[in-house]
Ligand binder design. Structure first.
Ligand code: DGY
Length: 328
């Protein structure tokens, strides 16, 4: 069975495939173009891909033998899942393992933007520090402030749990309120989106990218935020209208932003890098040795299961679950 991997993944996953499949890998340090991907997938039974690979109808049609598309990410907005399902191709992802890691990075960003640590680091390196001053580089308190979490799945709830150490009020909104137990565990209160935006000091995004979350945070929504508030995004870039965000930061309609994801990744909207009130990281929400190794194992386990005729542990298109034959 042939497996094609669109970019080098941590060794832990490659080891799981060893001796079980015939593996080919893109060894270049760049993502494949559409043409290259389409050529390389032609004889593959399984494809392991990254969130930067657009797996659209053309690629799925080119992969005539494909049985599984194993995404090295929890989000799968890069894959035309409906079309894959109609072709009977299983799509898998890597949920759960990156929840806490992504919540940790969200907190790193909240702290960085609130206390201006990145700005402070540049200030020091450029030799501008001439001694302690009462109003040098003032930031905002995190403790005792209000955290607004948009999207309250696994990662949103993990972010909320971390807020209790800071004695924060936690508001959340999501398509529907979570169970009483889940809300109690994270000490979070359900509110409507507009209320959350107007009351929070830190607004953090944890929704998947879908048609209904595209540009969820646009100029009008940014306008509802407090001028002292900061926006944090570790979900998907297109959830925020990035041009509107740049305008709003430039005009100090909001105090700051910390972004790990971008609307047209890897490109950045004009003006973003010139702003001092923004912290930027290169889509590293799940980037720890432990988590990326585990993600690598998971993509391999999903492939091996499908190619052995089993249900994969992390199937996205559940319509394709294979029923176990009834016992005689
Ligand atoms: C995911 O898994 O969707 C993350 O964005 C990768 O870090």
């Amino acid at each position: 069975m042939k497996v094609y991997i669109t970019y080098r993944i941590p060794e832990a996953g490659l080891k799981k495939l060893e001796g079980k499949c015939d593996v080919s890998l893109n060894e270049e340090d760049e993502l494949l173009s559409k043409g290259e991907l389409s050529d390389r997938v032609t004889d593959a039974d399984a494809l392991i891909c990254l969130l930067g690979d657009r797996i659209d109808r053309d690629i799925i049609n080119a992969g005539r033998k494909l049985r599984v598309i194993s995404n090295f990410a929890v989000g799968y907005n890069n894959i035309d899942v409906d079309y894959a399902t109609r072709q009977g191709i299983m799509v898998t992802n890597t949920p759960g393992v990156l929840t806490d890691t992504t919540a940790d990075l969200t907190w790193a960003l909240i702290m960085a933007v609130a206390r201006r640590t990145v700005e402070g680091d540049s200030f020091m390196r450029s030799g501008k520090f001439s001694g302690w001053k009462p109003e040098l580089m003032l930031g905002s308190d995190i403790h005792g402030s209000t955290l607004g979490i948009i999207g309250f799945g696994r990662i949103g709830q993990a972010v909320a749990r971390r807020a209790s150490g800071f004695n924060m009020q936690v508001l959340y909104c999501s398509s529907k309120p979570v169970s009483r137990e889940a809300a109690l565990a994270s000490r979070a209160t359900y509110v409507e989106l507009d209320t959350l935006l107007s009351r929070s000091d830190f607004v953090t995004l944890h929704v998947p990218l879908t048609d209904s979350t595209y540009h969820l945070i646009d100029e009008n929504k940014l306008f509802l935020m407090k001028p002292t508030a900061c926006l944090i995004n570790t979900s998907r870039g297109p959830v925020v209208d990035e041009r509107a965000l740049v305008k709003s930061l430039h005009e100090r309609k909001i105090a700051g932003a910390a972004l790990d994801v971008y609307e047209n990744e890897p490109a950045l909207s004009p003006g973003l890098t010139e702003l001092s009130n923004v912290v930027l990281t290169p889509h590293v929400g799940s980037a720890t040795h432990q988590t990326r190794n585990r993600m690598s194992e998971m993509v391999a386990e999903n492939v091996v299961a499908v190619l052995s005729g089993e249900n994969p542990p992390n199937l996205v298109n559940k319509e394709l679950l294979r029923q176990k034959p009834a016992q005689a």
